[in-house]
Design a protein around this ligand. Structure first.
Ligand code: FES
Length: 105
């Protein structure tokens, strides 16, 4: 499935993720700047914080209690904030667009 990561500078990285791979792993594996994934996807660092383009929010699915707790501590949370490690590449999310917060470069 294709995933596009848009940097705060406007630069876009469009990559092909593997089915089932988290969108944090897909970013790290393709050297997308701004997504670090310090905790390895354990929902414990928030260095994979992204903004999901509004039209994809619903398909991205619900936020778990763990993700919610982590999102609570990010400084630049918005309504469409998610942790990329909690989103999985799938046919349903093929073409999803994620924006990397300005604080992450
Ligand atoms: Fe640490 Fe997502 S990689 S919270």
């Amino acid at each position: 499935p294709s995933v596009t990561y848009v940097q705060s500078t406007g630069v876009e990285y469009r990559i092909d993720a593997n089915e089932g791979q988290s969108l944090m792993e897909a970013a790290v594996g393709n050297l997308v700047p701004g997504i670090v994934g310090d905790c390895g996807g354990a929902c414990a660092c928030a260095t994979c914080h992204v903004y999901v383009e509004p039209e994809w929010l619903e398909r991205a699915g619900p936020i778990t209690a763990n993700e919610e707790a982590m999102l609570d501590v990010v400084i630049d949370r918005r309504e469409n904030s998610r942790l990329a490690c909690q989103l999985k590449a799938s046919a349903a999310l093929d073409g999803i667009v994620l924006r990397v917060p300005e604080s992450q470069v």
